[in-house]
Design a protein around this ligand. Structure first.
Ligand code: FAD
Length: 462
């Protein structure tokens, strides 16, 4: 039996970051992981492999659509799917090995196997029970499904299966127009699949700025993706490796069917707590099946903390990481802090979509007066030079104080641009602060500055 200051269960972005910070703060730390490799959902079957495929297929799209205009003539590249998957795997491998290196560097013990918590202060892995003054639960999440859909990870797949299909499907039905469905749907659309997205609601990416939603859907349609909105999927039948998806339109209850070689079920994710033994421990859960924590990430059982996808809040890697650092700091007797008002959300399609803070809807609901500064990438020289003039930056500021409250971007590099606004928000900056900051020309970030100018006396290039 080994004894630790902290044992972290799960090595995703929440768990591995918590373990590293604990070790840096002088705590004897171990991390238990049931998978073969470190890095959790994010590195193995989530953020990283999906971004590798998005990058590769974006390159293909550029070659097919924009090369000729730039005077780059010749045959478009053909797709070697096996090699693309090998590239994706090598991206995963370098990243998961990177975490292994960081564990060694920080003297963190990697305990291999599935953990349970028989009682506070004890973690059981296989036949061994380890002692831990503190336990951090970072067991993450798993794909949720719908009744009537039997996932086989071949024909009816979750994102995990969609990241390693045996071949590129001719027809793909994506159920759910959220981030994961649209990212992976656009990967296959660029590879030539006929992609139809079926969504229960009337707008894609629920909760986003409605103008962004509309622009985004229009752009995805232009890229060949089809959408069936307001449709409730009833189920899917599989025969000879093909699927028939049935759905009802909400507006008139009419019933329809769609044929598909692959059905991607992207209807959200749910916390993963199987096998941990939380019920016997008496750990309080939320109504939505998440582990309940207080503002110090402590569960209802003393000495047990929880972070990441397994607790409330957006299921995002960087949110899990921030909580990992903060929980470690709390355990070390320091002040751990996460600003939940400034957590950016990014969709890595082309163009990218990014948002942070309040939307017009949340401000209206709160009865808070606001103003908007909007700037189109059509007024941004750099964006136009790279065929990326479609899209905009929308900055929202308090009507009275000019303090930045939120930002919504669709356009080139949106996922990076959003951070200038995040930093400004962390510092309580006003739109004028951003507008008065010199921005290098020609960069996409000039569009953020112009949106800030639009909150005041007006943008220059529009
Ligand atoms: P996880 O990453 O899920 O890690 C939990 C780990 O715990 C797993 O490895 C699991 O094996 C292990 N575990 C569970 N129970 C036990 C146990 N009892 N014993 C031992 N080990 C255990 N987020 C972003 O921010 N950006 C993106 O671009 C993005 N893209 C995504 C794309 C896809 C296709 C998917 C599915 C998700 C994506 N996400 C993205 C979400 C992101 O992956 C998660 O928010 C993040 O991984 C959550 O981190 P976590 O540490 O809470 O849990």
């Amino acid at each position: 039996m080994s004894s630790y200051d902290v044992i972290v269960i799960g090595s995703g972005p929440g768990g591995y970051v918590a373990a590293i910070r604990c070790a840096q703060l002088g705590l004897k730390t171990a991390c238990v992981e049931g998978r073969e490799t470190l890095g959790g959902t994010c590195l193995n079957v989530g953020c990283i492999p999906s971004k590798a495929l998005l990058h590769a297929t974006h390159m293909l799209h550029e070659a097919e659509h924009n090369f000729a205009e730039m005077g780059l003539k010749g045959k478009s590249p053909s797709v070697d799917w096996k090699q693309m998957l090998a590239y994706k795997q090598s991206t995963i491998d370098t990243n998961t090995k990177g975490i292994e290196f960081l564990f060694k560097k920080n003297k963190i013990d990697w305990i291999k196997g599935w953990a349970s918590v028989p009682e506070a202060g004890k973690v059981k892995v296989g036949d061994e029970t380890h002692e831990a003054r503190n336990i951090i639960l970072a067991s993450g999440s798993e794909a949720a499904s719908l009744p009537g859909l039997e996932i086989d990870e071949k024909t009816i797949v979750t994102s995990t299966g969609a990241l390693e299909l045996g071949k590129i499907p001719k027809k793909m039905v994506v159920i759910g127009a959220g981030v994961i469905g649209l990212e992976l749907g656009s990967v296959y659309a660029r590879l030539g699949s006929e992609v139809t997205v079926v969504e229960y609601l009337d707008a894609i990416t629920p909760g986003m700025d409605p103008e962004v939603q509309k622009t985004f859907q229009r752009m995805l349609k232009k890229q060949g993706m089809k959408f069936i909105m307001g449709a409730a999927v009833q189920g899917a039948e599989v025969a000879k490796g093909k699927a028939k998806v049935s759905y009802k339109l909400r507006k008139d209850d009419s019933e329809h069917e769609l044929d598909a070689d692959t059905v991607l079920v992207a209807t959200g994710r749910k916390p993963y707590v199987d096998g941990l033994g939380l019920e016997a421990l008496g750990i309080e859960m939320t109504k939505r099946g998440q582990i309940a924590v207080n503002n110090q990430w402590q569960t209802s059982v003393k000495g047990i903390y929880a972070i990441g996808d397994v607790i409330e809040g957006p299921m995002l890697a960087h949110k899990a990481e921030d909580e990992g650092m903060a929980a470690a700091e709390v355990i070390a007797g320091k002040h751990g802090h996460v600003n939940y008002g400034v957590i950016p959300g990014v969709i890595y399609t082309h163009p990218e979509v990014a948002s942070v803070g309040e939307t017009e809807a949340t401000l209206k609901e709160a009865g808070r007066a606001y103003k908007i500064g909007k700037f189109s990438f059509m007024g941004n020289a750099r964006a136009k030079a790279v065929f990326a003039g479609d899209g905009f930056v929308k900055l929202i500021a308090d009507k009275e104080t000019d303090r930045i409250l939120g930002c919504h971007i669709i356009g080139p590099g949106a996922g990076d641009l959003i951070h200038e606004v995040c930093v400004a928000m962390e510092f309580g900056a006003s739109a004028q602060d951003l507008a008065m900051t010199c921005h290098a020309h020609p960069t996409y970030s000039e569009a953020v500055r112009e949106a800030a100018l639009a909150c005041g006396d007006g943008p220059i290039h529009m």
